[in-house]
Design a protein around this ligand. Structure first.
Ligand code: SF4
Length: 197
């Protein structure tokens, strides 16, 4: 079971396969994504995650990033407990890559809980409007997911220093321009990330 893995200077943490989306471009749809087996046969416990992280030489990494074959904030309590331990013992920056649906998943505003634990949040925007988002991301919350992820992004800014939206580079340039306008309108950067094929 792969709980942590390295990409460049960062250590990534894989905590769940659950996700409220079923995106067409998700790496979960690929057979040998990252040439790692990130599909978890079961979810690792809090203790297993902490043990795995601290078995690494953490001084080597710039960031600890929660991102795997699922939505990390599906396991909100576990992720925040891990962050707490890491913050107690290291000076590492912590980033969450998320679909931005945590408030909807847990049915309350979870963002105040990020304070002092999470340094960066990257929210996948993926589309320029709710209809197109639903068409490619297939959230279990339907078209509402799009406005909710924008609201989550805005709320996160109060508690997290670096918050950004992201899109994959396979979108038409005009769509990317419109996504940039959305990001500007809520005062965050838009990151254009490479599609994994
Ligand atoms: S939000 Fe991320 S993990 Fe979930 S289906 Fe989409 S790409 Fe996959």
């Amino acid at each position: 079971m792969t709980i942590t893995y390295e990409i460049k200077d960062n250590l990534y943490v894989n905590v769940t396969n659950q996700c409220s989306n079923a995106c067409d471009f998700c790496v979960r749809n690929l057979k040998d994504a990252f040439q790692n087996n990130l599909w978890l046969e079961r979810e690792p416990t809090l203790e297993e995650i902490i043990k795995d992280i601290f078995s690494r030489d953490l001084s080597k990494y710039k960031e600890l990033v929660f991102c795997g074959f699922g939505e990390p904030l599906e396991r909100l309590d576990t992720v925040l407990e891990v962050c707490k331990k890491v913050k107690e013992k290291t000076h590492m920056n912590i980033r969450i890559n998320t679909n931005g649906q945590a408030n909807k998943i847990h049915n309350y505003d979870v963002t105040p809980r990020f304070k002092s634990l999470i340094d960066s949040i990257s929210v996948s925007l993926n589309a320029r409007n709710a209809k197109e988002y639903d068409k490619i991301c297939h959230s279990r919350f339907g078209e509402e997911a799009f406005d909710d992820l924008l609201d989550f992004t805005k709320k996160s800014k109060k508690y997290v220093e670096h918050v950004q939206l992201s899109v994959v580079d396979c979108l038409p340039p005009q769509h990317i321009q419109q996504c940039k306008k959305i990001a500007d309108s809520i005062g965050v950067n838009l990151k254009i990330r490479k599609e994994i094929k």
